[in-house]
Design a binder for this molecule. Structure first.
Ligand SMILES: [Zn+2]
Length: 989
C-alpha cells in the first residue's frame, strides 16, 4: 500500500540495501531515507511524503574530457530504445501516451539526469521502468544509426552535392552557440578551470562534435552509466519498499560494484588574476561601436558550505540584481555598457561569482575592473545597508517556503537542488534543502561584518579570477562557415568514387531507418494505461463573486498556507492604441522612484514585506472570437496574510505615486529592455514568430505582438534610438496612461486564498480603494492631450510574409492561419494537435530535419499556427506544415494507438496546479467566458475521440498551413537564399 513514512519503524528496508540514515526534513515535509545498494553501491535517496506528484530521478556523474559533446549525445540516445523496450523512440512514446507531469533528460557540465514525474501510481511505475531500462540497457550498442541521427553524420544525397553535417545535437548546439551570452560564458568557464572538466563544453562545441567517434561514444556510456556511479532519487506518496525491491531485482543486482573514476578534482587556484580577450561573430557590415562585452568572474571553493552559498545568493541580489544594485548602477553610471548581468553559481564543485556588461565601447576593460573594485571596496569600508540585506533574505526565504515552481514539480526541484552537495560528497546528500538554519544564521550575521568579510575574501582578495573582454568580429561567422565547408570539401576530395557511393547509400539508409516505424509488437511492450484509468471529470473552477465597497472581488477559495495571492485587474480596452507604451509602462512600475522612496528603497520595502509586487498586461479572448477580447492592466502581489496591509500600501504607492522624472534611469530601463528582448528573440524566437505570423488576421495576436513580441521590440528600438526626442512625451504619456487605467470603474479584484485570507482583504482593501478614489479625483484633465501626442498603434494588417535576419545560425519558422470558419470538434482538435506534435511534426522536422523543436497550436477562437525551434531548414519545414492535412486525412491507427494519444493529450490538460495557478485558471475561465460545462464537453470529446474525428480535422490544417502567413527569424544567409518567400526581409536591429 502506498503510504508516507513518518518514522523509521514504519518501513522495512529490503535486505539488498543498507540504511545509512533516516530522518524527518521539515523544510521538505518529507521523511528522508539515505540508502546504499549493497551489491552495486548505487546511492539512493527516498523522500517519503503525501505529495501525489511523484518523482523519480536517476543521475550519473559524467565529466567530459573534451568538447565533442559525448555526455549530451548519450543523454539523447539512451532514450532511443533499450533491451525491454526496443522501439526507436520510447521517450516520444511516453510523451505521446503517459500521464507524466514531467519527462526529460538534461546534461550539465559534470552530470546527466533523467527525471520523470506523475500523479498516477501505475503511470509512475511505467515511466520509472522505461527510464531505468534506458540508462542501463540502451540499444546504442546495436544500432549506429541512433548515434548518427542524434549525434552527427555526414550527409550526401547526390554525387555532385556538397557533403554536410547533420544531427540533432549538432544542430541544437549550433543554435546554442548563436547566443553571444553563451559564447562568453563558455569562454569564461574554459579560462577559470583550465585543468579540470569544466573547461570542456559538455553539450558539445559544433566545431568539435564531428570529431567524436562511435567507439569513444560507446566507451563513455560503458564507463559512467553504472549503478556505482549513479544517484537515484524517489519522492512522493508511494510504496517505498515495493519500489526499492523493483529497482534491486530488475537492475541494481545485475551490476556488481566497480570503481568508476568520475571524481571532479578541484581546480588549483591561480596565483593572480588572468586578463583575456576573445571575440564573437557579428554580421559583416555590423556597426561595432557599442558591441563589446566585459566580464569579471571569480572561483571559490564554497559549494559544500551551504551557509556561505546562501550568503552569496543574498549578496548577488544585493550587489548586482536588484534595481539600483550598486555594482550594476556604478557600471551604468560610468557608461560601461547598457545591460549588466551576472550569476552566482553553486551547482559545480567550485562556485563562481560573475558580473558582465554588454553593449559597451572598446577599450573600457580597465575602467570596468576599476569600477567594480572601487564599488566593492567602498561597500566593505562603509558597510552594506542592513535593511537591504534583511529584505533580500526575507525575499529569498519567502520563495523557498512558498515552493511554487509553476508546472515544474516541487519534488523535482528538490531532487535537482540536492545535487549541489550530493554529487561531491556522499556524506552530505541533501543539506541544500535544510535551509532553516541557514536563514537563522544569516539573520544573526546582520549584526556583524560577515557579509563585508565575504566580499573582501572572495571577490576582492581572490586571485582565482578572470577579467575578459569579448569584442565583435565582423565576418567571423563566415570564416567559421568557410572552415567547416573547407574541412568537408577536403573530406570529399579524400574519398574514392566507391566511398562516395557508400556515403550516398549510408545517407539513404539512415533516412530509410528513420522512415521505418517500430513494429507494432515492439511498441506494445511500452506499458500504457487504459482509458478507464483517466479521470472523467474536469477540475472545477473556484470562483465566488463578492463585493467589497462596491468593487467586484473574485474569490478563489483555495488553501494557500497563509499566503494571499492578489491581483487588481483594470480595464484598458480604451487604451489599445497605446499597447506598446502600456507594456513598457508595466515594466517601469516598481523600477522608478516614487514620492516616498527611491526605486532601490522601494524594492527593499517590497522584499521586506512581500513575495513581490509586479505589473503586467493581459489579453483575455472572449466568446471564442479573436477579435473579441478584454485588455487588462494588472498589478499583483503575493504576501503572507499578516503583511497584506503593507503590501497594499506599497501597491498604492507604486500605482499612484510613481515619478517619471528621472530621465537617466528611464534611459537605462529602455536600453536594458531592448537588450533583453533581443536575446529572447535570438535564442527562443519561436513564440514571437508565431504571434507575428498570426497577427495579420487576428487582432488579439496583433496585440500580443505589440505587447511582447517583434512589434514591441520595434517600439523599444525606436525609443532607444530617439530617446532625446521621445523622453518628454514618454513621461507625460506614462502619467496619462496611469490616470486612464487606474479607475474604480472597471476594476476587478482577484484573490486566491482561504477564508482567513479573504477576511484580511475585506479589512484592508477599503483603505486602498480610498486612495484609488483620491487618485482619480486628482486627475488634471490633461490626459487626453498627453495621449494625443503619443504615437498610436492601430492594428493594420502587417505584411504576411516577413523575414527577420539575425547572426544566429538557425531559424524559427512560423506559419499561421485562421480556422474559425471551419467546422471542428475542439476536443478532437486537441488530440490531433498532440498527435501532430509528437508524431508527424516530430519525425519530419526534428528527427529528419534536425530542428531542435517544433509545435503547432490551435486556439479556441480559431487562430492556429505551426512553429519550429532552432531549425536548420526553412522552406522544407514549411512544406512539412503543408503536409499536415494529408497526414491527418490518411491517418490510420488501432484502438491502442488512439488511446495512447488521448492519454498524452489529457496529461497536457491535467498539469498539477499550485494554489496560485489554480486561482489563475479560474480567473481566466471567468474572464474569457469558458464555462465548466464547455470544459467538460471538450474533455468528453477528447476521451471519446475516434479515428474519424481525427481525420475530419484535415480541413483545419489546410486553413492554417495554406494561409501563406509566414514569419521567419533567423540566419541572414539562409533567409537571403530563399528571399522569394518574403514580401519583407529586414535585419532584426
Ligand atoms: Zn539536447
Amino acid at each position: 500500500m502506498a503510504a508516507s513514512i513518518k518514522d523509521i519503524s514504519q518501513v522495512n528496508i529490503p535486505e539488498a540495501y543498507e540504511l545509512i540514515k533516516g530522518e524527518f526534513v521539515s523544510e521538505a515535509g518529507s521523511f528522508v531515507l539515505t540508502l546504499r545498494h549493497k551489491l552495486s553501491h548505487a546511492r539512493v535517496l527516498v523522500f517519503s511524503n503525501e505529495d501525489e506528484n511523484k518523482v523519480f530521478n536517476i543521475g550519473f556523474r559524467t565529466p567530459p574530457k573534451d568538447s565533442k559533446g559525448v555526455p549530451h549525445i548519450i543523454e539523447h540516445t539512451v532514450l532511443c530504445g533499450s533491451k525491454n523496450f526496443p522501439v526507436k523512440d520510447p521517450f516520444v512514446e511516453l510523451v505521446k501516451g503517459s500521464l507524466n507531469t514531467y519527462l526529460n533528460a538534461t546534461t550539465y557540465p559534470d552530470k546527466t539526469m533523467y527525471p520523470v514525474a506523475s500523479c498516477n501510481d501505475k503511470d509512475f511505475k511505467n515511466l520509472m521502468y522505461v527510464y531505468m531500462d534506458a540508462v542501463f540497457y540502451p540499444n546504442i550498442y546495436h544500432y549506429e544509426e541512433i548515434f548518427k541521427q542524434e549525434g552527427w553524420h555526414y550527409e550526401l544525397d547526390n554525387e555532385d552535392d556538397e557533403i554536410t553535417y547533420n544531427g540533432v545535437v549538432y544542430n541544437e548546439m549550433k543554435g546554442a552557440y548563436s547566443s553571444e551570452e553563451r559564447v562568453l560564458e563558455c569562454f569564461v568557464m574554459s579560462q577559470l578551470f583550465p585543468d579540470n572538466t569544466y573547461c570542456q563544453e559538455s553539450g558539445g562545441d559544433p566545431r568539435h562534435i564531428p570529431d567524436l567517434t562511435y567507439q569513444d561514444y560507446l566507451d563513455f556510456h560503458r564507463t559512467y552509466y553504472h549503478p556505482s556511479n549513479s544517484y537515484i532519487y524517489l519522492y512522493g506518496d508511494m510504496d517505498v519498499e515495493e519500489r526499492l525491491v523493483f529497482m534491486d531485482e530488475q537492475y541494481l543486482r545485475h551490476f556488481p560494484a566497480i570503481s568508476v573514476d568520475s571524481e571532479i578534482p578541484l581546480q588549483k587556484p591561480f596565483g593572480s588574476m588572468k586578463e583575456l580577450t576573445t571575440s564573437y561573430a557579428v554580421a559583416k557590415d555590423a556597426d561595432c561601436t557599442e558591441k563589446t562585452y566585459y566580464a569579471f568572474a571569480t572561483v571559490m571553493d564554497v559549494t559544500l558550505d551551504q551557509k556561505i552559498c546562501k550568503a552569496f545568493e543574498v549578496l548577488f541580489y544585493v550587489l548586482v540584481e536588484m534595481p539600483g544594485a550598486p555594482l550594476k548602477q556604478a557600471l551604468l553610471d560610468a557608461g560601461i555598457g547598457s545591460d549588466v548581468d551576472g550569476e552566482f553559481c553553486d551547482i559545480l564543485r567550485q562556485s563562481m561569482f560573475s558580473i558582465s556588461t554588454k553593449n559597451a565601447k572598446k577599450g573600457q576593460k580597465q575602467d570596468f575592473y576599476r569600477v567594480i573594485r572601487e564599488t566593492l571596496e567602498k561597500l566593505v569600508a562603509e558597510g552594506i545597508d542592513r535593511k537591504v540585506l534583511e529584505a533580500a533574505i526575507n525575499g529569498m526565504e519567502f520563495k523557498e517556503r512558498e515552493a511554487d515552481f509553476g508546472s515544474f514539480p516541487k519534488g523535482l526541484l528538490y531532487g535537482t537542488r540536492i545535487f549541489k552537495t550530493w554529487l561531491y560528497n556522499d556524506n552530505d546528500p541533501y543539506s541544500p534543502l535544510c535551509y532553516d538554519e541557514y536563514y537563522a544564521f544569516l539573520r544573526e550575521q546582520l549584526g556583524t561584518d560577515y557579509f563585508e568579510k565575504l566580499i573582501q575574501a572572495y571577490l576582492l582578495d581572490n586571485p582565482h579570477a578572470v577579467l575578459v573582454d569579448m569584442v565583435p568580429e565582423p565576418g567571423l561567422a563566415e570564416k567559421m562557415e568557410e572552415e567547416t565547408a573547407k574541412k568537408l570539401r577536403e573530406y570529399k576530395e579524400s574519398l574514392s568514387a566507391e566511398e562516395i557511393g557508400k556515403l550516398i547509400a549510408d545517407t539513404k539508409a539512415l533516412k530509410a531507418y528513420q522512415e521505418e516505424a517500430s513494429p507494432k509488437e515492439m511498441l506494445e511492450k511500452i506499458p500504457m494505461l487504459k482509458r478507464e484509468d483517466i479521470r472523467k471529470e474536469i477540475r472545477p473552477y473556484h470562483n465566488e463573486e463578492k463585493q467589497i465597497d462596491g468593487i467586484k472581488v473574485l474569490h478563489h477559495n483555495i488553501p494557500t498556507n497563509d499566503i494571499v495571492y492578489l491581483r487588481m485587474l483594470f480595464d484598458i480596452d480604451g487604451l489599445e492604441d497605446y499597447l506598446p507604451q502600456a507594456s513598457f509602462l508595466s515594466t517601469l512600475l516598481g523600477y522608478m522612484d516614487t514620492q516616498k522612496h527611491t526605486y532601490t528603497e522601494f524594492d527593499t520595502e517590497t522584499n521586506f514585506y512581500t513575495g513581490g509586487i509586479t505589473s503586467d498586461l493581459d489579453i483575455y479572448c472572449c466568446n471564442r472570437d479573436s477579435d473579441d477580447y478584454r485588455l487588462k492592466f494588472e498589478v499583483r502581489t503575493k504576501v503572507l496574510r499578516n503583511h497584506l496591509k503593507e503590501a497594499l500600501d506599497l501597491m498604492a504607492e507604486m500605482m499612484f505615486e510613481t515619478l517619471f522624472t528621472d530621465e537617466k534611469h528611464l534611459r537605462e530601463v529602455v536600453a536594458e529592455g531592448r537588450s533583453r528582448l533581443k536575446v529572447r528573440l535570438l535564442t527562443s524566437g519561436h513564440q514571437a514568430a508565431a504571434s507575428r505570423a498570426t497577427s495579420c488576421f487576428s487582432k488579439s495576436s496583433w496585440l500580443n505582438d505589440h505587447y511582447l513580441g517583434i512589434g514591441y521590440y520595434e517600439y523599444l528600438v525606436q525609443l532607444d534610438e530617439h530617446f532625446e526626442e521621445e523622453k518628454e512625451r514618454l513621461a507625460a504619456g506614462c502619467r496619462a496612461l496611469l490616470a486612464k487605467a487606474f479607475r474604480r470603474e472597471g476594476l476587478l479584484v482577484s484573490i486566491t486564498g482561504a477564508d482567513a485570507e479573504y477576511a484580511e482583504l475585506e479589512k484592508e482593501l477599503p483603505a486602498f480603494l480610498g486612495r484609488l478614489a483620491s487618485f482619480e479625483e486628482s486627475s488634471t484633465g490633461d490626459e487626453e492631450s498627453a495621449l494625443s501626442k503619443m504615437t498610436k498603434y492601430i492594428p493594420v494588417p502587417v505584411s504576411n510574409q516577413e523575414g527577420f535576419t539575425t547572426p544566429a545560425e538557425i531559424q524559427y519558422v512560423a506559419v499561421g492561419g485562421s480556422f474559425a470558419g471551419v467546422p471542428h470538434n475542439f476536443g478532437a482538435l486537441r488530440v490531433a494537435r498532440h498527435l501532430l506534435n509528437y508524431d508527424y511534426l516530430w519525425n519530419e522536422v526534428r528527427v529528419k530535419g534536425g530542428a531542435y523543436g517544433v509545435a503547432c497550436q490551435f486556439q479556441r477562437e480559431g487562430d492556429g499556427y505551426f512553429t519550429s525551434y532552432r531549425d536548420p531548414n526553412l522552406s522544407s519545414t514549411i512544406d512539412v506544415y503543408e503536409g499536415a492535412a494529408d497526414y491527418l486525412e490518411n491517418y490510420t491507427a488501432d484502438e491502442r494507438e488512439i488511446t495512447k494519444t488521448i492519454i498524452g493529450t489529457i496529461s497536457g490538460m491535467d498539469v498539477p496546479l499550485t494554489p496560485n495557478m489554480n486561482g489563475s485558471r479560474s480567473l481566466t475561465g471567468y474572464l474569457s467566458g469558458i464555462t465548466e460545462e464547455e470544459l467538460q464537453k471538450e474533455r468528453n470529446q477528447v476521451l471519446n475521440c475516434s479515428l474519424e474525428d481525427i481525420r475530419s480535422l484535415a480541413p483545419v490544417m489546410r486553413a492554417v498551413a495554406d494561409s501563406s502567413n509566414l514569419c521567419v527569424i533567423g540566419n541572414e544567409r539562409h533567409l537571403t537564399d530563399e528571399k522569394e518567400l518574403f514580401a519583407v526581409l529586414k535585419p532584426l536591429s
